[in-house]
Design a protein around this ligand. Structure first.
Ligand code: HXC
Length: 299
C-alpha cells in the first residue's frame, strides 16, 4: 500500500528526527487549488512543498491499488503539478516518489489493452509524457519498489535517481508483445550501455537497486525508509543555489545526451558566458572573496 499523505508525512518526520529536517503537515495545500491553473485538486497524486525553506516540490504518485500504474489521468495530473512547480518561484527542485512497494509499475496496461495503431498514432499516445523531461527545474526520482516499463522511463526522465535498496528496475514490455515507448530504449542505453540495456529490453528481466547503482542508472542507494529524506535533502541542497544558474547547468548537462562533443562544449561555453550576465554569478564569486555565504536572488 502507498502511504497516505499523512502517513507519508509521519514517515518523513520520523526518519528526519535525527537529521533536523522540518516538514510541513500534509494538510497544508502545496500546489493545490490555489496554485494550479485549473483549480482542481489531485486525485492520483499527493503534492506539497517541503524542506526547511519550503523550496522543494514533493510529488507522491498515489494510486496504490494499481501499483501507481501510470494511467492517462495520473499523467495529466503529473503534468499539471510540474507546471505549477515550474511557475512557483519558491520551488528550486522537485522530488517525484511513489510508495514503498512501487514507484510505478508501468503505463496502465488495462488502458492500453484495446487500443489500435490508428488511435495511438492519431492521438499522439504518450506524447504528453515529454513534459517530465522538459521541466527546467531539477527533478529527483526517489524510487522504492517497482520501477517497471513506463515507471522506469519516468524515473529516467528525471535528472537524478535515488533508489531504496529493494527497488527493482525493468523494461518488461517485450513480455507484453510491445517495446518501451517513452524513451526506455534510448535513455536506458545511454545510462547503462548497450549490453545491459539490450538484455533488459529483450528479456524483460529486472535489475536490483545495487545492480542499477553499479551500472550508473542511479546515483545513490539508501535503506527503504531513509530514501525520501535523502532525496529531499539533495533537493534542498540544489534549491539553496541560484535557480537561474541551476537551470543553465541542467540545460548544459542535458546537451551531452543530445549532441556531439563539439556542439555540447559550445553550448556549455555559451551558457557559462551567460552566467556572467547574472547577479548570482557576481554574488557567488564576491561572497567567496569576502569569505561569506552567498545570498542568491535568482537573478
Ligand atoms: C495496470 C497494473 C499494472 C499496470 C500492476 N497493476 N501493474 N494495472 N497496469 N502496469 C495492477 C494489477 O492488475 C493489480 O490490480 C494490482 O496492480 C496489483 O498488481 P499485482 O500483479 O497483483 O501485484 P504483484 O503480484 O505484487 O506483482 C507486481 C508486479 C506486477 C510484478 C509489478 O503487477 C506486474 O508485472 N505488473 C506489470 C508490469 C509491467 O509489465 N509494466 C510495463 C507496462 S507496459 P487488480 O485490480 O488486477 O488486482 C509499459 C509501456 C510503456 O509501461 C510505454 C511507454 C510509457
Amino acid at each position: 500500500m502507498a502511504a497516505s499523505p499523512r502517513a507519508l508525512f509521519r514517515l518523513v518526520v520520523a526518519s528526519a528526527r535525527s537529521r533536523v529536517l522540518l516538514l510541513p503537515p500534509p494538510a497544508r495545500p502545496l500546489l493545490g487549488a490555489r496554485a494550479c491553473s485549473t483549480g482542481a485538486q489531485f486525485h492520483y497524486l499527493a503534492v506539497q512543498k517541503t524542506g526547511t525553506q519550503q523550496n522543494v516540490g514533493l510529488i507522491q504518485l498515489n494510486r496504490p491499488q494499481a501499483l501507481n500504474a501510470l494511467c492517462e489521468g495520473l499523467m495529466e495530473e503529473l503534468r499539471r503539478a510540474l507546471e505549477a512547480m515550474e511557475n512557483d518561484p519558491q520551488v528550486g527542485a522537485i522530488v517525484i516518489t511513489g510508495s514503498q512497494k512501487a514507484f510505478a509499475a508501468g503505463a496502465d496496461i488495462k488502458e492500453m489493452q484495446n487500443k489500435g495503431f490508428q488511435e495511438c498514432y492519431s492521438s499522439g499516445f504518450l506524447s504528453g509524457w515529454d513534459k517530465v523531461s522538459t521541466v527546467r527545474k531539477p527533478v529527483i526520482a526517489a524510487v522504492n519498489g517497482y520501477a517497471l516499463g513506463g515507471g522506469c522511463e519516468l524515473a529516467m526522465m528525471c535528472d537524478i535517481i535515488y533508489a531504496g535498496e529493494k527497488a527493482q528496475f525493468g523494461q518488461p514490455e517485450i513480455l507484453l508483445g510491445t517495446i518501451p515507448g517513452a524513451g526506455g530504449t534510448q535513455r536506458l542505453t545511454r545510462a547503462v550501455g548497450k549490453s545491459l540495456a539490450m538484455e533488459m529490453v529483450l528479456t524483460g528481466d529486472r535489475i536490483s537497486a545495487a545492480e542499477a547503482k553499479e551500472a550508473g542508472l542511479v546515483s545513490k542507494v539508501f535503506p527503504v525508509d531513509k530514501l525520501l529524506n535523502a532525496a529531499i535533502a539533495c533537493a534542498e541542497k540544489i534549491a539553496s543555489n541560484s535557480k537561474l544558474v541551476a537551470a543553465m547547468a541542467k540545460e548544459s548537462v542535458n546537451a551531452a545526451f543530445e549532441t556531439t562533443l563539439a556542439e555540447g562544449t559550445r553550448t556549455e561555453k555559451r551558457l557559462f558566458y551567460a552566467t556572467f550576465a547574472t547577479d548570482d554569478r557576481r554574488e557567488g564569486m564576491t561572497a567567496f572573496v569576502e569569505k561569506r555565504k552567498a545570498k542568491f536572488t535568482d537573478s
